[in-house]
Design a protein around this ligand. Structure first.
Ligand code: ATP
Length: 360
C-alpha cells in the first residue's frame, strides 16, 4: 500500500507534443483514483509514467515518499492491468499468473500459495489449468487482475481494463473490481474515458482535458460543483444543458422567450454580471414537466422523446437553444408537442462564458 505524490509533472513527446502539463496532486494510501477524460487527454501517458514505461520530462513523482523518476519499472512496486489483458496464449491460467513471480525467483511453494489465493479470490479456482482462449472475456480479465495481484504491489495501475467487455459484463466487473479494492485496499490509479465508470468506482475523480487537470474531487463534488463547463458537460449523462444569455433584473434571459427567475441566494454573487453575458448550466433531471417552480418556466418544443424505461429523455428547443430534460414517463410525449418545462433554478450553475469557469 502506498501514497503517491505528483509534483508539477510534465510530459513532452518528440515533435513538441505536450501530453501532460503540470499534473499536481497527492494520492492517499488506499485511495481509488480514476483519471477520466476524452481520447488523447493524456490519461494513458500519465499511467505509463507512474509505471516507469515513459520518462517524466519535468516534475517529480514519489511513491511512498521515495523519488521514483529514475527507478526502473520492475523496481517500482506497481502492477499494471491492460485493456488488452496481455495474457500469454500458450500458457495456462496458473502459469500466466505465476510468470512474473518465477522471474523474481520465489520458491515454488510461495508461488503456488499466491496464485491459488488470487485464483480463489477471483473465482478462477476451477480454471487454473485452462489456456486463455478457453476462457470468456470476463474470465480473461480476471486472470489479468490476478497476475497483477500476485506480486502484492503497492499500487495497481489499470488502463481501461473493462473496455473490451460487453455492456453487461462491464457493469458486473465494475463491482467486482470495487469489491476487490475493498478487500485488498491497494492504492489504485484507474484510467477510463467512461464517466459512468469514474462516477461509480472512484473515491476521487481526476477530470482531464488536453493534458491538464480540470478538477479533482469525489464523484459528488465533480457532479454537483463542476469547476468549469468542460467538467459540467463531461460528467453526467445525458449531459448538462448550457444556455447562453444575460442577467437582468433578477432574471436569466436567453433570447426573447426565455426568462428564468434567479434564486434569492444567487442574486448577490451574480450582481457583477448584471447586463452581461453569462452561461447557465442545468442538468436534465433539474428540469420538470410540471409547474413546480413558478417564475422559472419555459415553453419548449419537443424534437425527440426517448423512452428509456424508468424515464423519458426529451430533446427540446427554445429560441434556437437546445434543452434536454429527463422526466417521468407518466404521460405521452410526441415530436412537435409544446410543453412547459420548469427550471429548478436552485440547482442551476453559472459560468463565465469566456473562460468557462464556474461563478461561485
Ligand atoms: P485514449 O483514451 O485514446 O487512450 P489518452 O487520454 O490515454 O487517450 P494518451 O494516449 O496519453 O491519451 O495520449 C496523449 C497525447 O500524447 C495524445 O495527443 C497522443 O497523440 C500523444 N502521444 C502519446 N504517445 C505518444 C508518443 N509515443 N509520441 C508522440 N505523441 C504521443
Amino acid at each position: 500500500m502506498a501514497e503517491l505524490t505528483f509534483e508539477h509533472i510534465y510530459k513532452q513527446f518528440d515533435g513538441d507534443v505536450t501530453a501532460i502539463s503540470d499534473f499536481h496532486m497527492d494520492v492517499a494510501d488506499e485511495e481509488f483514483i480514476v483519471l477520466v477524460g476524452p481520447s488523447g487527454c493524456g490519461k494513458s501517458t500519465m499511467l505509463r509514467m507512474i509505471a516507469g514505461l515513459e520518462r517524466i520530462t519535468a516534475g517529480s513523482l514519489y511513491i511512498d515518499q521515495k523519488y521514483v523518476n529514475d527507478i526502473a519499472p520492475k523496481d517500482r512496486d506497481t502492477a499494471m492491468v491492460f485493456q488488452s489483458y496481455a495474457l500469454y496464449p500458450h500458457m495456462n491460467v496458473f502459469d500466466n499468473m505465476a510468470f512474473g513471480l518465477k522471474l523474481q525467483n520465489l520458491s515454488k511453494a510461495e508461488i503456488k500459495a499466491r496464485v491459488y489465493n488470487a485464483g480463489h479470490i477471483l473465482g478462477l479456482g476451477d480454471y487454473l489449468q485452462r489456456k486463455p482462449k478457453a476462457l470468456s472475456g470476463g474470465q480473461q480479465q480476471r486472470v489479468a487482475l490476478g497476475r497483477a495481484m500476485v506480486s502484492n504491489p503497492k499500487v495497481f495501475l489499470m488502463d481501461e481494463p473493462l473496455s473490451n467487455l460487453d455492456a453487461k459484463l462491464r457493469v458486473q466487473m465494475r463491482s467486482e473490481i470495487i469489491k476487490l479494492h475493498q478487500q485488498l485496499k491497494t492504492t489504485t490509479i484507474y484510467v477510463t474515458h467512461d464517466q459512468t465508470e469514474a462516477m461509480t468506482m472512484a473515491s476521487r475523480i481526476v477530470v482531464m482535458k488536453d493534458g491538464c487537470i480540470q478538477q479533482i474531487g469525489t464523484p459528488g463534488e465533480v457532479y454537483l460543483h463542476p469547476e468549469n463547463t468542460f467538467v459540467g458537460g463531461f460528467i453526467g449523462s445525458p449531459a448538462m444543458n448550457f444556455l447562453q444569455g444575460t442577467i437582468s433584473e433578477g432574471h436569466f434571459r436567453g433570447g426573447n422567450q426565455l426568462a428564468l427567475k434567479l434564486p434569492e441566494e444567487r442574486l448577490g454573487n451574480l450582481k457583477t454580471y448584471e447586463g452581461k453575458a453569462i452561461t447557465l448550466g442545468i442538468r436534465p433531471e433539474d428540469l420538470h414537466d410540471e409547474h413546480s417552480f413558478p417564475g422559472s418556466v419555459a415553453n419548449v418544443t419537443i424534437d425527440i422523446a426517448e423512452l428509456t424505461g424508468s424515464e423519458v429523455v426529451l430533446y427540446t428547443h427554445i429560441d434556437n437553444q437546445a434543452i434536454t430534460a429527463t422526466v417521468n414517463p407518466r404521460r405521452h410525449f410526441a415530436q412537435g408537442d409544446q410543453i412547459e418545462l420548469s427550471f429548478e433554478m436552485g440547482k442551476a450553475h453559472f459560468f463565465n462564458p469566456n473562460s468557462g469557469k464556474r461563478i461561485k
